[in-house]
Design a protein around this ligand. Sequence first.
Ligand SMILES: Cc1cc2nc3c(=O)[nH]c(=O)nc-3n(C[C@H](O)[C@H](O)[C@H](O)COP(=O)(O)O)c2cc1C
Length: 183
Amino acid sequence: MGSMPNVQVILGSVRAGRLCPKVADWVVELGRRSTTLNYELIDLADWPLPMDDEPGIPAQGIYAQAHTRAWSEKIAGGDGFIFVTPQYNWGYPAGLKNAIDHLYKEWHGKPVTIISYGGHGGSKSSSQLQQVITGLKMRPTETMPQIVLTREMINGAPVEPAAHFRPHEDSVRQALAELVALV
Ligand SMILES: Cc1cc2nc3c(=O)[nH]c(=O)nc-3n(C[C@H](O)[C@H](O)[C@H](O)COP(=O)(O)O)c2cc1C
């Protein structure tokens, strides 16, 4: 890690058979080639946080549950974030909201970008999450890439990120360059 800022790449989907790791890996590969940030993948599937199980207000930073304290420690180590999120019924996944809502100060004031994906690039998911990060007073990049999935991909056809996501490379590079300027 050294002195490089640590950017945490949060996988927004925990769904069985999800595409999310392929998208996140592709983003990280591009990032490692084009920036000097350290990229740490954070898979929410490895952080099973029961739905809204903290009795206190997370913004006060007093956590009753050991898993929340561990999650807090993990996210406190992020100098910036990339949320990689699909679109589910015009929104972003409930598990991602739950993971965000378990904490507050660990996100507050930090740089962030959102990379959404879906039939129309996950634009509704991205917009909703942009409102949430505004509420958390995070510092967003101007560019928020939206990766378009074809009907075939959504229906399970194999996805080859390097080829299929090529049209989105420039916007992802741009978002990462903006993130570099913010961390
Ligand atoms: C519950 C659910 C709802 C979905 N709703 C939308 C939607 O509103 N718009 C869209 O473009 N795609 C939608 N899709 C398709 C997803 O974009 C696609 O399945 C994507 O691969 C989901 O990400 P994941 O595989 O990483 O979970 C939906 C998929 C699921 C499972």
